[in-house]
Write a protein that binds this ligand. Structure first.
Ligand SMILES: Cc1cc2nc3c(=O)[nH]c(=O)nc-3n(C[C@H](O)[C@H](O)[C@H](O)COP(=O)(O)OP(=O)(O)OC[C@H]3O[C@@H](n4cnc5c(N)ncnc54)[C@H](O)[C@@H]3O)c2cc1C
Length: 409
């Protein structure tokens, strides 16, 4: 195989291929790719010479990232909104929860992308190449990775691949979280911006758990989203009627304008998390272990991984993938997801019990993937015993026949 030395200039390789050489190539400049670039930029002179390859020619405000702030997010990105209180609603009952110690925060993607582009522009060792796609898989020759992109061939000592695989497969995750939302501006003051609706459950359904997620930005503006946890991934067209009904219920007759829409299908418990097959190349991001199994939340985990990966690249010259959760948390997630998968009509009452019977701090740490032993015990104590025992028995029977999530089998 042709073999190019790593340097900053384009090199003439054998077989007359001209390739550009880098220390690191990041495939995909989305949340994970840009977060890693931002974390690397903070290492100044020690930053490896890095290329980020991203197909989009322009970034748009295509999503919002929300999380309970535990200070893992980069401080340089402005928060659009922050809430100290949240609500769950189920079957005519509602519970309000104080989350003031870890406020629920919302970042606009447009602000994150702008912050990342500014940071990269100030670090001469990192290039963000937009309008270019990577084709196929990287191949190794000697200790150099070779990649084909629409803008030519590139070589690097290390590769971080954040590209999502083609579309969600029904059997690719224990459950899929499908959602579709609209940010609307209403002519009347119909929202209460002091509290968000984390989960306002729709009627129980034997196929899935469905709820409305409402983020009020002001008394007239909100992001209203319909979310479904189910075995089958759902496209926005399937969710649109529920979203229309949810908006109509909240705004009544008041006219409103749609400012933007967002949609997604996130894995909850990936069946096959990609394994690292070579120390110089890792697959990361939401479809490679970046998302929290029981919630689909990924932003904070990606930030934590980005800092760790940047440190590993700077100190050892090798990237690292997402660290799996500790096994007790993986088991809790697996059992919880099994209950939601096999008895989805119980989903609303399970979440409602979880939040109404436990101190919010325990649940928030569990949902954010930072639960300690005490948090886990509180979460377990809040759950009804029978469905969890049934799920545990079903999983134990299947063990050996079906591989579990994230290396649990
Ligand atoms: C609408 C939406 C809302 C979300 N909200 C939240 C939230 O509130 N909280 C939370 O924690 N998580 C949330 N998530 C989940 C998760 O945080 C995001 O999906 C996050 O963007 C995942 O980062 P990523 O880098 O894995 O994927 P992406 O950000 O999608 O990045 C993947 C990148 O790969 C690029 N790419 C694709 N093909 C190629 C190719 N051939 N060559 C090179 N590059 C390629 C894409 O253009 C893209 O930029 C949300 C997801 C969505 C879709």
């Amino acid at each position: 195989m042709p073999h190019c030395p790593v340097s900053s200039a384009p090199r003439q390789c054998s077989r007359n291929l001209v390739s550009e050489a880098f220390d690191l190539v990041i495939l995909g400049g989305g949340c994970a790719g840009l977060s890693l670039a931002v974390a690397l930029a903070a290492h100044g002179e020690r930053c490896p010479r890095t290329l980020v390859i991203e197909p989009r020619t322009q970034y748009t405000n295509d999503r919002t990232w929300c999380y309970w702030n535990d200070h893992r997010a980069p401080a340089q990105c402005p928060v659009q909104q922050s809430w100290q209180s949240m609500r769950l609603v189920h079957g005519g009952l509602s519970v309000s929860l104080d989350c003031g110690t870890t406020p629920y925060q919302m970042l606009a993607a447009r602000d994150f992308y702008a912050m990342a582009q500014r940071t990269i522009a100030q670090q001469p060792k990192i290039e963000l190449r937009q309008g270019s796609s990577v084709v196929g898989e990287p191949s190794l020759s000697g200790d150099i990775w070779r990649l084909r992109s629409s803008a030519g061939e590139v070589t690097a000592r290390s590769v971080v691949d954040t590209r999502p695989p083609q579309g969600p497969r029904r059997d690719g995750a224990v459950l899929w979280q499908s959602f579709y939302g609209q940010e609307i501006e209403c002519t009347a003051a119909v929202f209460d911006p002091s509290s968000l609706d984390l989960m306002n459950f729709l009627a129980p359904d034997p196929r899935h758990v469905a709820f409305v997620y409402l983020l009020p930005i002001s008394s007239t503006r909100a992001l209203v989203e319909v979310t479904v946890f189910g075995a089958a991934p759902l496209e926005p067209q399937a969710l649109a009627p529920w979203l229309e009904a949810a908006i109509a219920e909240r705004v009544g007759a008041a006219p409103f304008t749609t400012l933007r829409r967002e949609q997604g299908i996130l894995p909850m418990g990936l069946i096959d998390t990609p394994r690292q097959t070579h120390p110089g190349c890792v697959k990361v991001g939401v479809m490679a272990g970046g998302a929290r199994a029981s919630t689909g939340y990924a932003y904070q985990r990606i930030q934590q991984w980005a800092s760790e990966c940047a440190r590993a690249l700077v100190s050892q010259g090798r990237p690292v993938a997402h660290r799996p959760d500790p096994w007790p948390l993986r088991w809790m997630d697996r059992i919880f997801l099994e209950v939601l998968r096999t008895e989805p009509s119980r989903g609303a009452s399970l979440f409602f019990s979880l939040f109404s019977r436990t101190e919010p701090a325990h649940v928030i740490r569990f949902l954010s993937g930072r639960a300690g032993v005490v948090d886990s015990l509180h979460v377990i104590a809040a759950m009804p015993v029978a469905p969890f025992v049934r799920a545990l028995i079903a999983l134990a029977r299947r063990r050996g026949r079906v591989s579990g999530i994230e290396g649990m089998a």
